[in-house]
Design a protein around this ligand. Sequence first.
Ligand code: BES
Ligand code: ZN
Ligand code: ZN
Length: 512
Amino acid sequence: MIKTTVKIEKFLQHKTPCLVLFCPESKKLAGDLKQVDQALNGPVASAFKEKRFEGKSNQTLLLNARGTMKADNVLLVGIGKPKEVTDENLRQAAGTASNLAEASQFKKITFYLADGELEKALTKDKNLASGDVVRAVVEGSHLALYHFDTYKSVEKGEEPNRIEEITLLSDSKSALPKFKQASDRATKIAEGVYRARDLISEPSNTATPSYLANTAKKIAAKHKITCKILNEKEMLKLGMGSLLGVAKGSHQPPRFIILEYKGGKKNEAPIAIVGKAVTFDTGGISLKPPANMDEMKMDMSGGAVTIGTLQTVAALKLPINVVGLIPSVENMPGGSAIKPGDILTSMSGKTIEVLNTDAEGRLILADALSYAARFKPRAVIDLATLTGAVIMALGHFAAGVLGTDDNLIDNLKASGALTGERLWQLPLWDEHDKATKSDIADLKNIASPGVGAGTTMGAAFLRPFAGDQPWAHLDIAGTSWGAKKPYTPKGASGFGVRLLVNFLEQEAKRRK
Ligand code: BES
Ligand code: ZN
Ligand code: ZN
């Protein structure tokens, strides 16, 4: 992680190549911004006047200080109308500033967060506590500065510029402990997101089910997490015919990863998180079209996010019990692959007619949801890149959420709103359930042509396996990859880690 420090100093005295100030959209320059403008001889006021910079969300103005203050450059970044500013505006603004600073060849960046005016303006009449301001900024900056560059060779002297240090600056000593705590927490969360992004970005010739299992083991050993891996034989014994059916077309053996974090009371029922981890989805025999098929290395995002979440929950020592379950397979059209029309018997005993081998996520999740019952969980939340249909419905802007318990769904949606990882609920009606019935088996894995409602049909298929406790299904096919935000680079977003960590944190509080 990029080194992050807190410094207490007057901002005109602070030496840095790039001093970032957050600027609200308003008619008049006030407070710190006015001071900076005066120090620099008025370039901010004239930018406002000429409408080159007005403090609109993610607008930037980079000014050379020309020796008028200790900082070499001042970077103003807009956060929008003061009354409307949320954590997400700050996260994005911090991301925008970080990206511009890195592209401008700076090696260090300082965010000035007065313990005064800006904070007061932002925290007044809002749920934004002052610690949240620091958290949002540190999160946004770390997340924007993520790079997956394992495989890129660089010639000597041609290394791309990287920010090496983030400083949080305040002018009041009393801010120090609060700033440190908030920054530490945000860094741990960003580490969890980095973990998920690393795993998702890793190509499928490296990131196989065994690789995921070994990585999970290593992470568990570093934190207070136990990790158990089930191999093919053990899964066969458990009767996981649905999961094993998908695995049959590949030379890569499947793995079932079980992570347990016990931060809560000994006998307290855990929250189970189940993450789809198809390390590559060719579609099997009902093969996918070739365009952008490379992106299907991301079909293990649910599993990666589960690992990133457990790592973060353990790093933050949250007082709650959490189980992570990750069914992992590669969906290939090998000689032993399942074929359309084949019938599989799942761990629950229910039989499934496979009408399209590309609807494989629900097949592995069916057995994973059955297995979750062993932990007698308080609630089960699954995350899966399950359907292309969710991208049709919501684009890359929100994940779909469906389930059996409105209270659970509402709490998840609230965490989504706070973290900027938005959820949008879709219905799950009896009519959908009916459309999952097969003529010759208990269920079929796709609905008849013309039924539509692709994302709901995925959830409707899962419902009979999900048990009686509250259950929510998050379809992250759109949000996991290709989301365009200042703090999410091209490719993997790690969507879900921040949402789930927030949810689990709130859940621990609700239970007190
Ligand atoms: N992994 C895909 C879903 C997906 C699509 C993820 C696009 C990310 C981006 C899933 O296994 C799949 O193939 N779903 C099918 C289901 C269909 C056959 C009912 C789909 O969405 O087309
Ligand atoms: Zn598929
Ligand atoms: Zn898939």
